[in-house]
Design a protein around this ligand. Structure first.
Ligand code: TYM
Length: 323
């Protein structure tokens, strides 16, 4: 099966990104043709620092590798290096109804602060990413579900107008961890762009930072450690995080933690997080000194992606009467 997914290079990746996306990728990489992209063209739809962009891209490639993606098996590359993404985005714009773009939740949220055409067209570029590689499955977190569905709609519309061209992609969400919540405000999702650093656990946070953030994690006024998203969003989120890290069922974690105070439970979550993130930090430190090697992986990935993208675009241009 062809798998495609991507992550924006800006901001530091957190455990939500890991459980929502990267962990699924690791499970898929052995049996499928996987393409994992660092979507720099998406990242520039909000204010950013051009001086830092290349460094951030390299850092994300390091995260992919530190998490365990095998560059011998999967394609890893930066989106802007394969020009076909932008070209296909433009062509798909011609079949995408504007109303559908205005209705996207993420656009409505982000446009409050920054109303730009790039934000509105964001899902069309994402559709281009996906459709360019005949993608069947898109493993993402819950917040991207709507975008994958619109990509499917766009593919269907294109096929109807110009003949069978694109595979209709399907979204794949993880069973647990599709929406990890902020630990500072468990009614919001954990997000790279949240100005409150304490709201997320980044993959490379130091043990001290992890302990400090979890110590101040928001819970509730009760005493029982029980999963109840509505009444106990904070505790439920911590139970989810613990169960994902420990690879245990939530029910079993509830039993294990029975009778403990919230403070003691938060300490348990912190210690497990420190332990489980340690290999990331180690691998990252090791790879940070091997910049040439990481750049070479991106370059090779880009070449492989380009071959696939060019061949698809040949077909698209022909179908649209552009050659
Ligand atoms: P991005 O960079 O915001 O997030 C990367 C991935 O992490 C998931 N995610 C979460 N999962 C669980 N809990 C959370 N709190 C959480 N926060 C983020 C996201 O769902 C995503 O899977 N538009 C995309 C990038 C993109 C893309 C694509 C993805 C561009 N083109 C094509 C798939 C296919 C984005 O901004 O993800």
């Amino acid at each position: 099966m062809r798998i495609f997914s991507g992550i924006q290079p800006t901001g530091s990746l957190h455990i939500g990104n890991y459980f929502g996306a990267i962990k699924q990728w690791l499970d898929l990489q052995d049996e499928n043709d996987c393409v994992f992209c660092i979507v720099d063209l998406h990242a520039i739809t909000v204010p950013y620092d051009p001086e830092k962009l290349q460094k951030l891209i390299l850092e994300k490639a390091i995260v992919y590798l530190a998490a365990g993606l095998d560059p011998e098996k999967v394609i890893i590359f930066a989106q802007s290096k394969v020009k076909e993404h932008s070209e296909l985005c433009w062509l798909l714009n011609t079949v995408t109804p504007l109303g559908e773009l205005y209705r996207m939740t993420q656009f409505k949220d982000k446009a409050k602060k920054n109303e730009k055409a790039g934000l509105l067209n964001y899902p069309v570029l994402m559709a281009a990413d996906i459709l360019l590689y005949d993608t069947e499955t898109v493993p993402v977190g819950e917040d991207q579900k709507q975008h994958v569905e619109i990509a499917r709609d766009i593919a269907r519309k294109f096929n109807r107008s110009f003949g069978e061209t694109f595979v209709l992609p399907k979204v794949k969400l993880p069973k647990y961890g599709a929406r990890v919540m902020s630990i500072a405000d468990p009614k919001k999702k954990m997000s790279k762009s949240d100005p409150d650093e304490k709201s997320r656990i980044s993959l490379f946070d130091s043990p001290e930072e992890i302990r400090k953030k979890l110590k101040s994690a928001i819970t509730d006024t009760g005493k029982t450690i029980k999963y109840d998203e509505l009444k106990k969003p904070g505790i439920s989120n911590l139970l989810t995080i613990y169960s994902l890290l420990a690879e245990k069922e939530i029910k079993d974690v509830e039993k294990e933690m029975k009778g403990k105070s919230y403070k003691a439970f938060k300490e348990e979550v912190a210690e497990l997080t420190v332990l489980k993130l340690e290999p990331f930090r180690k691998k990252r430190d090791e790879l940070s000194g091997r910049e040439v090697y990481v750049r070479e992986i991106l370059r090779r990935g880009e070449e492989k992606a380009r071959v696939l993208a060019e061949s698809k675009m040949d077909d698209v241009r022909k179908k649209m009467g552009l050659r």
